[in-house]
Ligand binder design. Structure first.
Ligand SMILES: NCc1[nH]cc(CCC(=O)O)c1CC(=O)O
Length: 314
């Protein structure tokens, strides 16, 4: 009997996701007669300790992932569940994403006490988000809105909304669904109005690339369709050098049901003030190539200039 140690951050979302994945893996073990048991090991990351500054100012998404990866390389844990959205483009030598399970709701949503939709919000409304991607697209839709940065886990953000600091906040639907708070959602934002973050709504299970037992188990949990579309989105982000939080969005959709289906990939780079938004769409079969080509098209149209400016400010 193999004991698989699962590393997890302590937040409600992280622990809920980890438990959900463990339940799914247990089921797979049962079906395939694999002998394994699971234990959770909690890890506090640097990103959990620094909560009062914009993520992009303190070193970006990697903050949440680095310590967990070190624990995996050191053999203290065997696997870890991440939001694909929080995964940097490059993984450390020796680690891999062993499974990308089926993606759930990819959309952003708003939560508001007083108003029923983005459209209904009054002129000059204060919108809480710490994502430059959301800020750019929402300001592009409604230039009168004021963006006010907000950080902390989902519970903290909703408390700040209830304190009256914001007229509405923007969150990932998947995160609210996973912690069982879907009833707090005021409005789902269409992916046309706000293209989601690369990997949003998808999980990734990371493991060591020499652990055959776990690689085999995770391959049974992988969802080929989700993996393909997320791969295209990640290739897009990597080509734009998207290592830290920048105003970049991408969403891959499989056009048909067969495994050979074409991927439709939407991508966007926007200025944080929403004044300039460059977006395009590409269709094809090779996820890696699609991501690179779409990014190149946006670069040809000036995406690099926007990104250089944002990076300069940080
Ligand atoms: N930025 C943090 C983060 N990372 C993953 C999710 C939600 C779950 C997901 O998108 O997979 C969230 C919260 C949010 O953006 O509202």
């Amino acid at each position: 009997m193999r004991t698989i140690i699962v590393g997890s951050r302590q937040s409600q979302l992280a622990l809920t996701q980890t438990n959900h994945v463990i339940e799914a893996l247990k089921e797979i073990c049962q079906i395939h007669n694999i002998q394994a048991q699971f234990e959770i090991k909690k890890i506090v990351t640097k990103g959990d300790k620094i909560l009062d500054v914009t993520l992009s100012k303190v070193g970006g998404k990697g903050l949440f992932v680095k310590e967990i990866e070190q624990a995996m390389l050191d053999g203290e844990i065997d696997i870890a569940v991440h939001s694909m959205k929080d995964m940097p483009s490059d993984l450390p030598e020796g680690l891999m994403i062993g499974a990308v399970p089926k993606r759930e709701d990819v959309r952003d949503c708003i939560v508001s006490q007083e108003y029923n939709s983005l459209f209904d919000l009054p002129k000059g409304a204060v919108i809480g988000t710490s994502s430059l991607r959301r800020a750019s697209q929402i300001k592009n839709y409604r230039p009168d809105f004021q963006i006010k940065f907000i950080r902390g886990n989902i519970g903290t953000r909703i408390n700040k909304l209830n304190d009256g600091e914001y007229d509405a906040i923007v969150l990932a639907t998947a995160g609210l669904n996973r912690v069982g708070w879907q009833d707090k959602i005021t409005e789902y934002i269409s992916t046309e109005l706000c293209i989601p973050a690369v990997g949003q709504g998808a999980l990734g299970i990371e493991c060591r690339d020499d652990d055959e037992f776990i690689m085999k188990l995770l391959s049974l949990y992988n969802d080929e369709k989700t993996a393909k579309t997320v791969q295209a989105e990640r290739a897009f982000l990597a080509t734009l050098n998207g290592s830290c939080e920048i105003p970049v969005a991408a969403h891959g959709i499989l056009q048909k049901d067969e495994d050979t289906a074409d991927i439709q990939l939407f991508g966007l780079v926007g200025s944080p003030d929403g004044e300039t938004v460059i977006k395009d769409k590409i269709v094809g079969n090779d996820p890696e190539k699609l991501g690179v080509q779409l990014a190149q098209r946006l670069i040809d149209r000036g995406a690099d200039r926007i990104l250089d400016e944002v990076r300069g400010e940080n």
